[in-house]
Design a protein around this ligand. Structure first.
Ligand code: ADP
Ligand code: MG
Length: 452
């Protein structure tokens, strides 16, 4: 394998471990320029990238390299200005379908005007009971934008197809006969736009730039929670688009009523249209998804291998694709179809992930994050409602998921009398039977505990 092939293989793995935006930002225009003994030298376009890659992604890159070639032990980065570089797509030999199909990194190819990635379409979106409501609503909105459901609010855990679905709507509308103006933004980007407009006193210009838009798509809107100034400005943007029957499409990792620190008036706007969730696909659907991804890449793998992936990789669809990619890279590099035994070896990292099991730390971390608390707050001896409820949920989950004894739970929470733990368990159990919101929250928290 030459340096190019090696780097393409690394990128093919890394894209499944970090967000799309980060992948496109930090890995575009990077390459391996040399391999000196056990050290790989990677060139990057500027000092900023160098700093980010070496501080934030060093471990991930090294691990991925090491998984492919265990002789590699170290990394270094050098700056090479962009003009001297070969574009990523040019390094691929044209006759090689796998490489061109699989590794052209569509993430780098978003439309400058809409920010949409053409790879996300309805045609390659698999529908099953886990996402059919969201899919139907998305189709309705793309056929009748501004008038079907406004806003459309899609929520669900990581890697379950939210971005794919909302971008598919955008692509369908943008390519439609009406030439509507579509804009897709991550909420992070949207918030930073607002913040800089406030700072430079250009809020009016910022709003004016949004007003010609017919369809505004904001991904991961939960990010706006707690950012008061941005929420206020967004409220006005929302209203002015809404009044003109412009379509607003939002995604989030949870439903509006479970987003902490979201202003009530925004919450009620979010709830004013259609809310639909995407959840985990079942085994049969996972199998179909694998088949479709293979078809897209013009590749085949043995049925028993596909079954093995579908049975074992259950975390989310992104992981499913990652696992498939791992095998295809092997296939490509060795020119040899991986059989079941080889596949099991290659997929160890996907299947025996430490994230798949719940443990004490994971429960505490997930519950506090879900409720926007610091972990230590869960242990505060306070009766404040915002803390008591998450604490009781943590106790409940320790009992339910890990079978901790009540005295053990009590000890973890500062030696409280074990009746407190029993009380918490019973209370949450009873309330979750009566209260849909709590049941939903528990479901989302559990999904996160088990899906890393
Ligand atoms: P999310 O935004 O919910 O984190 P993404 O939309 O980024 O998830 O999906 C992760 C990956 O899984 C993407 O590569 C996407 O194309 C794929 N994917 C998700 N849902 C589906 C689906 N229903 N059919 C086909 N591919 C899917
Ligand atoms: Mg997403």
């Amino acid at each position: 394998m030459n340096n190019n092939e090696l780097w393409q293989s690394v990128l093919a793995q890394i894209q499944f471990h970090i967000s799309r935006a980060n992948f496109a930002t930090w890995f575009q225009n990077t390459e391996i320029i040399s391999k000196e003994n056990e050290t790989i030298v990677i060139s990057v376009p500027n000092a900023f990238s160098k700093e980010w890659l070496s501080n934030k992604y060093n471990k991930l890159i090294l691990k991925t390299l090491h998984d492919i070639d265990d002789k590699i032990k170290d990394l270094s980065f050098v700056i090479k200005p962009q003009s001297q570089k070969t574009p990523i797509s040019k390094v691929l030999p044209e006759k090689d379908t796998i490489e061109t199909e699989q590794l052209k990194f569509d993430e780098f190819k978003t439309n400058k005007e809409t920010n949409l990635n053409p790879r996300y379409t309805f045609d390659n979106f698999v529908v099953g009971s886990f996402n059919e409501l969201a899919h139907a609503a998305a189709l309705a909105v793309s056929d009748n934008s501004g008038f079907a459901y406004n806003p459309l609010f899609i929520y669900g855990g990581v890697g379950l197809g939210k971005t794919h679905l909302i971008q598919a709507i955008g692509n369908k509308i943008a390519d439609g006969p009406k030439k509507k103006k579509v804009k897709y933004l991550s909420s992070e980007k949207f918030v930073s736009g607002i913040v800089s407009a406030i700072r430079t006193n250009t809020m009016e210009a910022f709003k004016a730039s949004l007003s010609p838009i017919d369809v505004l798509i904001l991904d991961d809107i939960q990010f706006i929670a707690g950012k008061n100034k941005s929420q206020e400005e967004f409220f006005h943007v929302f209203n002015s688009l809404y009044e003109k029957n412009k379509q607003i499409i939002l995604s989030s990792d949870r439903p509006p009523n479970a987003i902490p620190e979201l202003e009530d008036r925004l919450r009620s706007r979010f709830e004013g249209g259609m809310i639909a969730d995407v959840s985990l696909p079942d085994y049969e659907t996972r199998f179909v998804i694998l088949k479709i991804k293979l078809q897209e890449k013009n590749m085949e793998l043995p049925e028993d291998v596909l079954e093995y992936i579908a049975v074992n990789v259950k975390k989310n669809i992104r992981e499913l694709e990652g696992a498939l990619n791992r095998l295809l890279i092997y296939y490509k590099i060795n020119n040899n179809i991986p059989n079941l035994e080889t596949s099991k070896k290659l997929l160890r990292g996907f299947i025996f992930s430490p994230f798949d099991v719940a443990n004490y730390k994971k429960i505490i971390e997930t519950v506090s994050k879900f409720y926007n608390l610091e972990e230590k707050n869960l242990f505060d001896p306070t009766r404040r409602k915002e803390i008591v409820k998450p604490r009781q949920i943590a106790m409940f989950l320790l009992r339910r998921e890990l079978k901790y004894s009540f005295p053990a739970i009590a000890r973890k929470f500062g030696g409280k009398d074990h009746t407190t733990a029993i009380y918490a368990y019973k209370k949450i159990l009873q309330e979750s039977e009566e209260n849909n919101k709590l049941t939903e929250e528990l479901g989302l928290i559990k999904q996160r505990i088990y899906s890393g």
